[in-house]
Ligand binder design. Structure first.
Ligand code: AMP
Length: 233
């Protein structure tokens, strides 16, 4: 199953994509994470995109299209992928359609998470991540149980994204409204758009996404495992 999680920055795409990766065995492809890894490793690409990312603007379409094109060819995508943060412009969406057709792949669903701008600012300004295991937290909505210690791995290296500052968030929201929102009518016209209420809490959003995916034919790993154990009896 190949899906897109669409939504403004802070909508919760990353949180839901990580959960879907575990629940359905399909891989999360976060272009933001890929670009941040390039910046951290100080690669030529990282040096090229750092200033644009820090300003909250979008990186050039051709860079992102090439990045995703290569990534989808890796064997871990064979069972399916969740695109998180891509496409972000109509040019990227059109390139994705061409790329998938060439690879004999298709999109099963585009899930758009609808969230108010005011809520996004609160969500973004409070979020932080464990640098060791990648678990995401939020000062208000999902604090760590012990102050400054990751609940999952016990790591103490909890980091905040440099582009989560108030001024950069405004630029990122502007880029979303101008360049990414036109993807809603694009995918609606393709008949694969599902809009869900992203204002609900994490579990309620997850339930809405699961309902869409199960209707589209996805089988959670849990259901697959219980099917196997029934048939092997
Ligand atoms: P994200 O983690 O998805 O919020 O992305 C962080 C930053 O990476 C964005 O503000 C952009 O500068 C850049 N970026 C990520 N994905 C894309 C994309 N599909 N197109 C252009 N820029 C992107």
């Amino acid at each position: 199953m190949n899906i897109i999680l669409l939504g403004p920055p802070g909508a919760g795409k990353g949180t839901q994509a990580k959960r879907l990766q575990d629940a359905y065995g399909i891989v999360q492809l976060s272009t933001g994470d890929m670009l941040r890894a390039e910046v951290t490793s100080d690669s030529a690409l990282g040096r090229q995109v750092k200033a644009v990312m820090d300003a909250g603007r979008l990186v050039a379409d051709d860079i992102l299209i090439a990045l995703i094109d290569h990534r989808i060819d890796r064997p871990d995508c064979a069972k399916g992928f969740i695109l998180d943060g891509f496409p972000r412009t109509v040019t990227q969406a059109e390139a994705l359609d061409t790329m998938l057709a060439k690879k004999h792949l298709k999109l099963d669903a585009v899930i758009a998470m609808v969230v108010d701008d005011a809520a996004l600012v609160t969500r973004i300004s409070g979020r932080f991540t464990c640098a060791t295991c990648g678990t995401g937290y939020h000062d208000q909505f999902k604090p760590t149980k012990v102050h400054d210690v990751c609940d999952v791995c016990g790591g103490r290296d909890l980091t905040r994204r440099t582009d989560d500052s108030a001024s950069t968030v405004a630029a990122r929201l502007k880029a979303y409204h101008e360049l990414t929102k036109p993807l809603l009518p694009y995918y609606r016209a393709h008949g694969i758009l599902h809009e869900i209420d992203g204002m609900a809490d994490i579990a309620a959003v997850a339930a809405q996404i699961d309902a869409v995916l199960i209707k589209a034919g996805a089988l959670p790993k849990r259901a697959r495992n219980s099917k196997k154990s029934v048939s092997s009896r």
